[in-house]
Design a protein around this ligand. Structure first.
Ligand SMILES: [Zn+2]
Length: 282
């Protein structure tokens, strides 16, 4: 399993991140209160939207240097087809969305970086099985971006650590913990396969927002439950459970939450222009 990105890439991101930290500390960036879509949860995000986007774009470029983009036409068409519909209802004109299928059949996973950069591993596509299953995955990832979960992680984690250790130590630059914190905030480096170690709150929120997005985009939200049941079966008996298991809520909790949110999502589905539910084959 690969770590993303490599050491040199980490150093480059570390440098740009330090510049950003200086900006934050010098007070050039005003802290802003932001509200997540759908849930209306108040968030503390100290980065501006454009700073957050820039860091996401840079991180995505590093990921793409290390990962192989899949040439599978079926998979690429499916991800573009479903991703376009989801983004169409997400009300996020500030993002330049980019969906990539990454070739790794062992990774039953997907990830999203700030600014609208989404990676879907080939390993998750057989589990997605159809457009509605894939919509579950992609709406969850689009929701992470739309709710600015990456920027929120940076704001809380990095600043908390700077507060604890001291600004001068942070800017000394020799301590690896600063770059580690930033990489962790973006869900890369420490974990494998580009999994975002978002908080449980953020994960549950991405599920809730994602359910609304998929319904609005014309995918039956009940299919989200069927998808997570397939995920549960797919990862059972694997010698090494994917990171998805440790960083995401348990499947039982997740499915129960989705059932609870279904009444909120179904009216959107009923009013939507229904999407075709194509089978996804290799
Ligand atoms: Zn997630």
């Amino acid at each position: 399993m690969k770590s993303i990105p490599g050491k040199a890439a980490k150093n480059r991101l570390f440098k740009s991140s330090l510049i950003l930290l200086v900006l934050i500390i010098s007070g050039a960036v005003a802290a802003a209160c932001y509200k997540a879509p759908v849930t209306g949860r108040s968030q503390f995000i100290i980065l501006s939207q454009s700073e957050e986007n820039q860091m996401g774009v840079a991180a995505f470029q590093e990921v793409l240097k290390e990962e192989q983009v899949s040439g599978n036409a079926q998979y690429n068409e499916a991800v573009t087809r479903v991703g376009t519909r989801i983004v169409g209802v997400a009300d996020t004109p500030q993002y330049n969305w980019d969906f990539k299928v990454l070739k790794d059949d062992e990774q039953i996973n997907a990830f999203a970086l700030p600014g609208g950069k989404v990676g879907v591993y080939t390993g998750i596509l057989p589990v997605a099985a159809n457009d509605a299953g894939l919509a579950t995955v992609m709406a969850h990832e689009v929701a992470h971006v739309a709710a600015r979960h990456g920027g929120e992680r940076v704001s809380t984690d990095v600043l908390a650590q700077i507060g604890a250790v001291g600004v001068s130590a942070a800017l000394g630059g020799s301590d690896p913990w600063v770059s580690e914190a930033i990489m962790q905030a973006y869900g890369i480096g420490v974990t494998v396969g580009g999994i975002l170690p978002f908080s449980r709150t953020q994960e549950a929120e991405a599920d809730q927002i994602g359910l609304i997005y998929m319904a609005k985009a014309g995918y039956d939200p009940r299919e989200a439950i069927a998808f997570w049941e397939r995920m549960d079966a797919a990862v059972k008996g694997k010698p090494q459970p994917p990171e998805f298991l440790s960083t995401h809520p348990g499947y039982g909790t997740r499915i129960n939450n989705l059932k609870k949110w279904l009444p909120q999502a179904l009216p959107y589905y009923e009013q939507s222009q229904k999407a075709p539910n194509n089978a996804i084959t290799k």
